[in-house]
Each structure stands twice: as structure tokens, then as C-alpha cells.
Design a protein around this ligand. Structure first.
Ligand code: IMP
Ligand code: MG
Length: 176
């Protein structure tokens, strides 16, 4: 059984929504309104952040989804990236932004950003992360946009899971 009593609030919903709107405004200031941007959601973790962010964007947005996993079923990174679904339209010459829930070791994003740059020939590939766990970084991944820097805690909620649970929670929490 899940022990809900061990769930603590790290970032409350109101603060989360306000900050996501600010990040969207930073992104809006970077692209022209008539410019096209392919926004790639890394499922499943980024789902909530992706939809909330996209609502505030003003350029011409195309929505695409990929499924990757590196964690498997535990709290520790497996050290491998599983590409569960990498079906994308032709991105040659396109401006692309990857939207991710959290950059931890950077393994997943290092793989995806390189894939988009070298295999898809995108014109520009940027990264927008909800959370950046800088202290855990092992691969050279640097978000262009980031909502919050966080310490080395195990985060759940607002898309992030522990053993596939807690994704639906409306705030950012951590498990004790
Ligand atoms: P990385 O490849 O090590 O950077 O790990 C990135 C992926 O691991 C993220 O997309 C998350 O799905 C997962 N992950 C990393 N840290 C956490 C966490 O604190 N809580 C839940 N999932 C996490
Ligand atoms: Mg993820």
C-alpha cells in the first residue's frame, strides 16, 4: 500500500502555476508569434507541465509526444534509456523544444537532444524543464528554460511518479 502520510509539499500548486506562467512568458519573449515551434512532451512525467505551459504560449505550436524511460520501477536510475515511442514527424529544419519534468543525471535528455540534433536534423533544439536537480548531473545537459532548481530529493506529483503512483497530484511533493 502507498503511505500517503509520507508525502510532503515542496512547491504548492499556486506557486507552481505562477512560475509556469512566468516561464511561458520567457519562452514567448524568445520566439516571434508567427514562428512555428514543435513542442515535444517526454511522457509520462512531463504531461502536466507540458499542458500547463502550452496554454500560455503564443507562437505557432505543434504538439508531439515521445515516451522514454530510464528509471524502471525504482528510485535509482537504471543507467539506460528505453525509447518506448520515438515516432515524430519530419523535423528537418524545424525549431524544436523538448519539455521534460526533471533533469536528474541528464542521461535521458542527453540521449533525446542528441537524437533530435543528429538523427532528425532539427534546426534548433532547446530544452525546457520543470525541475533541475543540478547536483545529480552526470551528462552535459543544460535546460534553456527551467521553472525550479531543486535539491537531491525524490520528487513526486504534477506528473512525477514513484512506482507509477502520485502523478495526478496537483503540487510538487517529496517522499520521506
Ligand atoms: P535522468 O535521465 O537521470 O536525468 O532522469 C530523468 C528521468 O528520471 C525523469 O524524466 C524522471 O522521469 C525520472 N526522475 C528523476 N528524478 C526523479 C524524481 O525525483 N522523482 C521522480 N522521477 C524522477
Ligand atoms: Mg520523465
Amino acid at each position: 500500500m502507498t503511505k500517503m502520510e509520507n508525502l510532503k509539499v515542496l512547491i504548492p500548486e499556486e506557486k507552481l502555476m505562477a512560475r509556469i506562467k512566468e516561464v511561458a512568458e520567457e519562452i514567448n519573449a524568445t520566439y516571434k508569434e508567427d514562428e512555428e515551434l514543435t513542442l515535444i512532451c517526454v511522457l509520462k512525467g512531463a504531461l502536466m507541465f507540458y499542458t500547463e505551459l502550452a496554454k500560455h504560449l503564443k507562437m505557432q505550436v505543434r504538439m508531439e509526444f515521445v515516451s522514454l524511460s530510464s528509471y524502471g520501477d525504482s528510485e535509482k536510475s537504471s543507467g539506460k534509456v528505453n525509447a518506448l515511442n520515438l515516432h515524430l514527424p519530419n523535423l528537418e529544419g524545424k525549431k524544436v523544444m523538448v519539455v521534460e519534468d526533471i533533469v536528474d543525471t541528464g542521461l535521458t535528455l542527453d540521449f533525446l537532444m542528441n537524437f533530435l540534433r543528429t538523427k532528425c536534423n532539427a534546426k534548433e533544439v532547446r530544452l525546457c524543464a520543470l525541475l533541475d536537480k543540478k547536483c545529480a548531473r552526470k551528462f552535459p545537459v543544460h535546460p534553456d528554460f527551467c521553472a525550479f532548481d531543486i535539491d537531491d530529493k525524490f520528487i513526486v506529483g504534477f506528473g512525477l511518479d514513484y512506482k507509477e503512483l502520485y502523478r495526478n497530484i496537483s503540487f510538487i511533493g517529496y517522499l520521506e
